[in-house]
Design a binder for this molecule. Structure first.
Ligand code: PLP
Length: 492
């Protein structure tokens, strides 16, 4: 499959080369020129596959350079690190609501589903490229990407990885996971500022030719493990087909029935994967885009204007969604507009005026496929409690934002279409907030809180959380965002 950049439709690149490159040279994101299509009859035929097999079949449609047999070996070894036998189990909450548990990987967030695959794709790409340069992965994280990328890339041959997280912008469990990271090739820095500052710092290095030349002198070329990398998005398409097939198998839907997909959204990667699944033939009625107080996307879908200007960044109990610059939205816009000149002008508006307006270019019927809303802290906490009381089911604050907005949608429309709610993290990753939501006292010792949460909810503490307690802190440096480039030079 060929891809082109959102900002230059003329230059084409293979999917595997795009994995290595991360972002295009002029700052755009790589998108498929056209999508492979899976017909309803083919969906029916996919019913007998397990998760690893389904993943291999779908990924093979994008990465044709890798044979189906090799891809099967790749997905099998990638998902061995998952603790649940189904990899991505689906839990029926009510007649209408199905929770897709995406958090059974090694770092307990949905990002593992892609980040256990990406390093393997990158190794293949590196082999195919015959380049003498090793890969340097630079990653800005709002909390979960960093750890998932570190776990995916640790001790991978010919790769070094540096992760930057916003100081004080992540949960205590997330921080402990990152600062205790093992592996010969892993580096972690806290950066003063919020996630957007951190992400901008990384983006600036990616588009600075001089810095890249200096990095090349050290024998490395840059790549990204953020969801701007197409190798992150493709493995995420799989689980929407998987969810649909599971619902077919259980008889909850019939072949061809449409579903709604609810996603707690930050960088717009996970929901974009659902949009891509629909382009490939998955029957979807609505995409429900759930935001926290940083509701730039809610406003965008309501009025067609993406407005950064005069918007304040707010820290919330769903930190992985504390994002104002949702990078992957550019991919959806480029897809809907179909003209890279217009995309360029919109994003120069964003740079120069702090906003852009799509109303002139995109027909409202296209964006109406999306329902967007947001949940504040109080509603998020209440949703955790209500869901536990009503269904005896514990959810994390990100998933609670999704459930809350899903309830808003149902109330507003009465639409009874069955929905898949993407559950993006284990509640134990956000122990303190979840315990508070259930109405219990929260101590300063997050591990004590985990024990209490386990007791009051009757759910086991994931091994990956309990074993954190004994880990040694290996990365303790905090830097200013201006010092990010220097931190690279001292790491490679
Ligand atoms: C990353 C993350 C999100 C947001 O996903 P995007 O793909 O950035 O929209 C939501 N929830 C959790 C737990 C995450 O780690």
């Amino acid at each position: 499959m060929r891809l082109h950049s959102t900002r230059d439709f003329k230059s084409k690149i293979s999917a595997l080369s795009a994995v290595l490159k991360g972002i295009s040279s002029e700052g755009g994101l790589f998108i498929p020129e056209s999508f492979p299509v899976i017909s309803l009859a083919e969906i029916e035929n996919l019913k007998g596959n397990n998760y690893e097999q389904l993943a291999a079949i779908i990924l093979n449609m994008f990465f044709e350079e890798i044979s189906l047999t090799d891809m099967q070996a790749l997905t099998k070894s990638a998902y061995r690190s998952f603790s649940h036998k189904d990899i991505v189990p689906i839990k029926k909450l009510s007649k209408r609501e199905f929770v897709l548990e995406l958090f059974h990987g090694p770092t307990l967030a949905f990002k593992d589903v892609a980040l256990q695959i990406l390093p393997r794709l990158m190794s293949k790409a590196l082999e195919a490229s015959k380049s003498d340069k090793d890969v340097l992965i630079l990653t800005a994280t709002s909390g979960d990407t960093g750890k998932a990328a570190l776990e995916g890339f640790k001790n991978v041959d010919r790769v070094k990885i540096i992760v930057y997280y916003p100081n004080e912008g992540v949960s205590e469990m997330q921080r402990l996971q990152m600062v205790s990271q093992e592996g010969e090739n892993t580096y972690v820095y806290a950066v003063n500022g919020n996630f957007d500052d951190t992400q901008n710092g990384v983006k600036a290095i990616f588009t600075d030719a001089k810095m890249q030349a200096e990095i090349a002198d050290h024998g490395f070329k840059l790549s990204s493990a953020n969801s701007i990398n197409i190798g992150r998005l493709t493995p995420q398409i799989v689980y929407y087909f998987w969810g649909y097939i599971c619902m077919l198998n259980s008889g909850d839907i019939a072949l061809g029935d449409k579903i709604n997909i609810v996603v707690p959204t930050g960088n717009f990667g996970n929901i974009l994967a659902a949009y891509y699944a629909q382009k490939m033939g998955l029957p979807v009625n609505k995409f429900i885009c759930a935001s926290n107080t940083n509701r730039v996307l809610t406003d965008f879908f309501k009025n067609g204007v993406y407005k950064l200007k005069d918007r304040e960044f707010v820290k919330t109990i769903s930190p992985s969604m504390d994002i104002l610059i949702s990078s992957n939205l550019e991919r959806m816009i480029a897809d809907m507009i179909g003209d890279s000149d217009v995309v360029n002008s919109l994003f120069s508006d964003l740079r120069e005026k702090g906003s852009y307006n799509i109303n002139k270019y995109i027909d409202a019927t296209k964006t109406e496929k999306f329902y967007a809303n947001w949940s504040d802290e109080e509603r998020t906490l209440k949703t955790i409690k209500d869901t536990f009381d009503k269904y005896d089911y514990l959810i994390d604050p990100h998933t609670a934002v999704a459930k809350c907005v899903s309830d808003d949608y149902f109330e507003a429309t009465g639409d009874k279409t069955p929905c898949i709610i993407a559950s993006t993290a284990s509640p134990y990753k956000f122990t303190d907030s979840v315990l508070e939501a259930l109405g219990h006292d929260v101590s300063h010792d997050t591990f004590k809180n985990a024990e209490k949460l386990s007791k009051v909810s009757g759910t086991p503490i994931p091994v990956k959380i309990s074993e954190l307690k004994a880990k040694v802190i290996l990365h303790s440096e905090t830097i200013d965002s201006e010092a990010m480039f220097n931190s690279i030079l001292s790491s490679i």
